[in-house]
Design a protein around this ligand. Structure first.
Ligand code: NAD
Length: 255
């Protein structure tokens, strides 16, 4: 868990933990929140070298590796994250996994697939919020609400997406966002961003989806990770929004 800078005694900077932040959308969110003045904690399942070099690039950052499919690793992630600077103001649940399975191929969506996706995309975000709650409440005592942002998907809003287990899990994450917003207010605001197609390594080969966004979406393109990071930064910056699911699909849902 190397730091690129020694922590001062009384740490007054706000601290954000972004899960799955060594690539794609999570990396853009981490860079954006760092530029907005946050101390950031980067995390991924496996790419420790990338995480450590990103942490060295950013003004004030640290990296922690943890497999979010494991309950004990989720507990360790929050404990280590809080130990670094002694506070946690923002949790971005970005880490997620997908499986591409045709929606009419019910046999391919096995119980094992459901369980694997559910553990990382649904159970882990809830459990991380539960572990982080006392620390987020303590941060809110500094004078402004703490904040959770869940990265879900347009597939959790409309009957679309890479597979039914993925889409149903993201729908669960959206509903969980509203339930948690109600339970944790006013100290902790909880919102979600539901992206459509985003240009990341994960979607580089999704040529059909890219053509769809260029031809049908009012904005005529997929999102860049920075577009999603901008929306996350808006939610974090708000003092009032809670329980919102911001659909960020370039207007495709209107067509
Ligand atoms: P990505 O594959 O670049 O990033 C996913 C991150 O999740 C990685 O850092 C990985 O380490 C982490 N992760 C996966 N399984 C993990 C585990 N078991 N333990 C710990 N970390 C784990 O993908 P991305 O496209 O940047 O996606 C980020 C989020 O955005 C995901 O939740 C995804 O479902 C969502 N999303 C992406 C798109 C898109 O078009 N790219 C669209 C809608 C929603």
């Amino acid at each position: 868990m190397p730091l690129n800078q020694a922590a001062p005694q009384a740490f007054t900077q706000r601290v954000a933990l972004i899960t799955g932040s060594t690539s794609g959308i999570g990396a853009a969110i981490a860079r954006r929140l760092a530029a907005d003045g946050f101390a950031v904690i980067l995390h991924s399942r496996s790419s420790a070298d990338v995480g450590n070099s990103m942490a060295a690039e950013l003004p004030l950052a640290a990296y922690i590796q943890a497999d979010l499919a494991q309950e004990s690793e989720r507990v360790r992630l929050i404990e280590q994250a809080v130990a670094i600077w002694g506070r946690l103001d923002v949790l971005v649940n970005n880490a997620g996994i997908s499986r591409i399975i045709a929606h009419d191929d019910l046999a391919a969506a096995t119980s094992a697939v459901w369980q694997e996706l559910n553990e990382v995309n649904v159970v882990a975000p809830f459990h991380l919020v539960a572990q982080a709650e006392p620390h987020l409440r303590a941060a809110a005592a500094h004078g402004r609400s703490a904040c959770v942002v869940n990265i879900s998907s347009h597939a959790g809003v409309r009957p679309k997406g890479a597979s039914i287990p993925y889409a149903a899990g993201k729908a669960a994450l959206n509903h969980m966002t509203k339930l948690l917003a109600l339970s944790l207010a006013p100290a902790i605001r909880v919102n979600a961003v539901a992206p459509g197609l985003v240009d990341t390594p994960l979607t580089a080969t999704w040529t059909k989806a890219q053509a769809l966004w260029q031809e049908r979406a009012p904005m005529q393109r997929a999102a860049q990770p920075e577009d999603i990071a901008h929306i996350v930064a808006m939610l974090v910056d708000s003092h009032y929004l809670t329980g919102e699911i911001l659909l960020a699909d370039g207007g495709l849902n209107l067509t």
